[in-house]
Design a protein around this ligand. Structure first.
Ligand code: SIN
Length: 485
């Protein structure tokens, strides 16, 4: 059964390379995870087409970088407006390919659009410096220049926003960018190609290429014309890309895996903590890098929290994201469901208790029941490995020090959350947590105006905020000598 969004002008089954729409003989089918039906197919392009996109971007670079910041900002603003004007259709397309509830999908389109709005304005603020000179006859200035051709590789969990936050910063900085979306969710990316085309971006400044990740990624990493790789995805793939990219000393930004702790202290506001934990854990069915993977609850509030939280989670409605009132859509694919099942089975076999859920949903396919486990301990797989699904494991702790130690006991360091009404404790914990992001008394922290990114094996580089632009700029130091008479 087709959906009206697939009849819209945004539904493209061709790639946008160097300003041309191109189909291919070999294709990759795309499935609606809610129904298992094939939505359509997109080109299975490889190294040759990736090289052509890079050539086009390299050719477009001199003109794009030479535009004024105001001109580039206007283009970003036009991108923002086009996304917002078409939020409903783009949201539907996103739900069709990704599965998240339509309200979340539309929220993601607005979130993605927000990066274009933000960087439209930041484009105007790429300031340099004048450094006081140690010499009487010389002057030192610092300017910032676009790094050059950027290639991005993005995941299926946020098919619009992960591209938007890279593309908006790149375009604002003066860099052409090539987007390689995940094969499960290419349509939102191709729709952005339609927007780039319609708002009149010069040929080659924004391209979208679909196909197997390995050959395209290799071309991106090995081609000397590419000056920056920006990747969101698993730590394993991030390591491979970074090690290839270093051979030609490309700039690299990596937004990788997480194992986010959400810590609830005895003095927290219970209702706020429950609401925040549900929002944090079950957003996108638990398929985000910043979802709480471990919920650490202090012993004095543990039972009360577990009861209220499990009751709320049991009330979440599961279904096709295009239907009204759905809180949680399907998981992206069968492999994801199997991982969730493995984590639950391991925890239960080691003594965890099941408060709600725990099984595949009666709707079948890749639908899974929102699940809460209690009595979870650090020896269980779920404590170490990112579940990326709708399972909330509750750990117990006694002291602030123990909470910090447990929270930091991971190689990852992306997002962390804590609930407390004690200001001193909030501050101490904020400093103690080895994470790139800490939210206090909030379960959702993402916004285009703040720096998103991690430490440790969660990667490096920041997206959004004034810092997000720096990743696309090189610093140039110029010494003006011979000023003496
Ligand atoms: C992610 O899961 O990688 C991104 C989530 C977000 O931007 O909030």
């Amino acid at each position: 059964m087709t959906h009206p969004a697939t009849d819209s002008r945004f539904f493209r089954e061709q790639c946008y390379i160097g300003g041309e729409w191109r189909g291919g003989a070999k294709t990759i089918p795309v499935t609606n995870p809610a129904t298992g039906e094939t939505i359509g197919a997109v080109p299975d392009f490889g190294r040759t087409e990736a090289r052509e996109a890079i050539d086009a971007a390299a050719a477009a670079f001199p003109d794009w970088r030479a535009r004024t910041a105001e001109e580039r900002g206007k283009v970003c603003r036009a991108f923002y407006e086009a996304l917002m004007d078409n939020q409903q259709t783009l949201g539907e397309l996103l739900t069709l390919e990704q599965g998240k509830p339509l309200a979340e999908a539309k929220g993601e389109v607005a979130y993605g659009a927000g990066f274009f709005k933000w960087f439209a304005e930041e484009a105007l603020r790429v300031y340099g410096d004048v450094i006081p000179s140690p010499w009487t006859d010389k002057r030192i200035i610092v300017t910032k220049e676009p790094v050059g051709v950027v290639c991005s590789i993005t995941p299926w969990n946020f098919p619009n926003a992960m591209i938007a936050r890279k593309a908006a910063a790149a375009l604002a900085a003066g860099c052409p960018i090539i987007a390689k979306p995940a094969s499960q969710t290419p349509y939102s990316a191709l729709a952005m190609g339609v927007i780039a085309d319609e708002i009149g971006l010069p040929k080659g400044v924004f391209s979208v290429i679909t196909g197997e990740a390995a050959p395209i990624g290799e071309e991106f990493c090995e081609n000397p014309q590419v000056k920056k790789i920006t990747f969101t995805g698993s730590t394993k793939v991030g390591e491979e890309l970074a090690s290839k990219a270093v051979k030609t000393m490309k700039r690299v930004s990596m937004e990788l895996g997480g194992n986010a702790p959400l810590i609830i202290f005895d003095d927290a506001d219970l209702d706020k903590a429950v609401d925040g934990a549900v929002a944090c854990k079950f957003r996108n069915a638990g398929q985000t890098c910043v979802c709480a993977n471990r919920i650490l609850v202090q012993s004095g509030i543990y039972d009360a929290f577990a009861e209220k939280f499990a009751k709320k989670v049991a009330g979440l409605s599961v279904g096709d994201g295009l239907k009204d009132g759905v809180d949680q859509g399907p998981l992206i694919e069968e492999k994801a469901v199997e991982k969730v099942e493995r984590h639950i089975a391991d925890a239960l076999s080691k003594g965890a208790g099941l408060q709600t859920g725990g099984e595949r949903h009666k709707l079948g396919g890749t639908f899974f029941q929102p699940t809460v486990l209690t009595g979870v301990t650090p020896d269980m797989v779920i404590a170490k490995d990112e579940t990326f699904g709708p399972v909330a494991p509750l750990f117990k702790f006694e002291t602030e020090e123990e909470a910090a130690t447990m929270a930091n006991d991971t190689e990852f360091g992306l997002a962390s959350y804590l609930y407390t009404n004690d200001l001193g404790r909030a501050w101490r914990m904020m400093e103690a947590l080895e994470y790139g992001m800490v939210a206090i008394n909030e379960g959702i922290l993402s916004t285009p105006v703040a720096p998103f990114g991690g430490v440790k094996e969660s990667g490096f580089g920041r997206e959004g905020s004034k810092y997000g632009l720096e990743d696309y700029l090189n610093i140039k130091y110029a010494l003006f000598g011979g000023l003496g008479k």
